[in-house]
Design a binder for this molecule. Structure first.
Ligand SMILES: N[C@@H](CCC(=O)N[C@@H](CS)C(=O)NCC(=O)O)C(=O)O
Length: 208
């Protein structure tokens, strides 16, 4: 049985759960992190020494890092579909997944994420710098999605699972945003998928 430790309010858990639902896998979501605790227990630390969520456990195999989990699930359960078999096609999907973690996530967190949970924590200058960084990044994503229908390429794939939750967050931030037509079209399509309905908070799926 596949078990995912995490909480649906966590962006990285949302990414993994999006993938789990896309694949239609039987699973158990074990509440962990923040108000649910668990992550500081020795048993959990043995699975994930970072004490963060999400963590996957499947038949005694434990794995952490949300994008590694998405890659693993897609390679195990969706070769040739969500996990492209062609090395170059897969490499492009991989590069956008790494971009999501190293660029987009860093632009959103902590300044912009703090707007809903802890407004006033950062100066308006810090918020504005993060907002501008997101604009630059969305421009890049918009350019990718102007060339191919999905972040993964010609078909919906693993990179779309990783990208939908952070784009959803960005669309629902109380900040000014430019117009990114290709990103909005892509998100409009992706947000109709059953996996999006199950993982992204209702009422905010279509952006603000
Ligand atoms: N790079 C890690 C980051 C994991 C991470 O920062 N998780 C956050 C939630 S999104 C967390 O565990 N926060 C503390 C908590 O929930 O207790 C990944 O992608 O899995």
């Amino acid at each position: 049985m596949l078990r995912i430790f995490g909480r649906l309010s966590s962006l990285n858990t949302q990414k993994v759960m999006f993938c789990v639902y896309e694949l239609g896998l039987e699973h158990e979501l074990v509440a962990a992190g923040r108000e649910f605790g668990v992550v500081d227990t020795p048993d959990y630390r043995a699975l994930n020494p970072n004490g963060l969520v999400p963590t996957l456990v499947e038949d005694g195999f434990a794995l952490w890092e949300s994008n590694a989990i998405i890659r693993y699930l897609c390679a195990q359960h969706s070769r040739g579909d969500l996990w492209p078999e062609d090395a170059r096609e897969r490499a492009l999907a991989d590069s956008w997944m790494d971009w999501q973690q190293t660029q987009l996530q860093r632009a959103l967190h902590p300044e912009l994420h703090s707007l809903s949970s802890d407004p006033g924590r950062f100066t308006p200058e810090r918020i504005e710098a993060a907002r501008m960084r997101c604009e630059t990044l969305m421009d890049m994503l918009d350019s990718r999605l102007g060339q191919v229908p999905f972040v993964s390429g010609a078909r919906f794939g693993m990179a779309d699972c990783a990208m939908a939750p952070p784009v959803h967050r960005w669309m629902n931030l109380a900040v000014e945003r430019g117009t990114y037509r290709a990103v909005e079209d892509w998100f409009g399509r992706v947000s109709q998928r059953p996996a999006a309905r199950k993982t992204l908070p209702a009422g905010a799926r279509h952006g603000s």
